[in-house]
Design a protein around this ligand. Structure first.
Ligand code: NAP
Length: 262
């Protein structure tokens, strides 16, 4: 892919799963990757692993997406250590999955901060530098719940849909500055989060973990889960020169789960 080498990429929620795999693929394409999440040991290990596997330059910060002061501090650390951000990849922690009435007002506040406010703060911070350069990419990593709201996923479906719309507005307002803003909606991806979902389902329905995985796969036409690296390839492509005319879109990557025609 063209246009990735030596570019500065900030990837949030990247000590594990999807965020870590995005960072790995982008580092292997030559990006200067900066990752962050809450647990210092986990994010340090993730940076070391990515660096070892790819030979790339990987820096890390510690910060909580639901705390605005953390997000602002991380952004200033990235700029200090690596310079202006070329690629902003906004990935999130896992919002609570529960019946609507079991989600407290405080949990809504935390999730609004983690998903919506962090997206706004990060975009506001990087857009002036990208505009000055006349180049930049933003990718919001959301969920299939934006296209197919599910029972118990009130937080995920509603707040990520807001991010998809935010991304479209940014794509209009900044297109002439050479910036693209897109979002992706991934389906079932094999990560520690999916492992814990399968374990919970196994307990709940008194079945084995393998049977719980099989039950989840039944709803996927591809009959397999996605690999986190497959998300990394899509995000890297959206940041590449080859994707410069893809703007304001939301791309499904779910093995065919969501079947709406539009
Ligand atoms: N895997 C799937 O099938 C799937 C499908 C659709 C959507 N998603 C969504 O994709 C995102 C990533 O999921 P995943 O499967 O990769 O999960 P994962 O393997 O559990 O990784 C989650 C990452 O988010 C970080 N994190 C959690 N809360 C954070 C916070 N408040 N601030 C900063 N970092 C935070 C975690 O690190 P720390 O704990 O150290 O902070 C970890 O690095 C989540 O939003 C998830 O809901 C996943």
């Amino acid at each position: 892919m063209k246009g990735l080498s030596n570019k500065v990429a900030l990837i949030s929620a990247a000590s594990s799963g999807i965020g870590k795999a995005i960072a790995k693929v982008m580092a292997s394409e030559g990006c200067k990757v900066h990752i962050f999440s809450r647990d210092e040991e986990k994010i340090r290990k993730s940076a070391e692993e990515i660096s070892k596997e790819t030979g790339g330059k990987v820096k890390y910060s510690v910060g909580d997406l639901s705390k605005t002061e953390d997000v602002k501090r991380v952004l200033s650390e990235v700029k200090k250590e690596s310079g202006e951000i070329d690629f902003l990849i906004v990935n999130y922690g896992d919002p609570k999955v529960a019946p609507f009435m079991d989600i407290s007002e405080e949990e809504w506040d935390t999730s609004i901060n983690m998903i919506v406010k962090s997206s706004v703060i990060m975009a506001r911070n990087v857009l002036p530098g990208m505009s000055e350069k006349g180049d930049g990419r933003i990718v919001f990593v959301t969920s299939l719940t934006t296209k197919q709201p599910l029972e118990n996923f009130a937080i995920s479906a509603s707040l990520r849909a807001a991010v998809v719309s935010l991304s479209k507005v940014l794509s209009i307002e900044f297109a002439e500055k050479g910036i693209t803003s897109n979002s992706i909606s991934q389906g079932y991806i094999m990560t520690p989060r999916l492992e814990s979902i399968a374990e919970k389902n196994a307990k709940k329905f008194n079945i084995s973990v393998e049977q719980a995985y099989d039950a989840l796969k039944q709803g996927i036409p591809a009959k397999r889960f996605g690999n986190p690296e497959e998300i990394g390839y899509l995000v890297s492509f959206l940041c590449s020169d080859e994707a410069s005319y893809i703007n304001g879109t939301n791309i499904q990557i779910d093995g065919g789960v969501v079947r709406f025609p539009f």
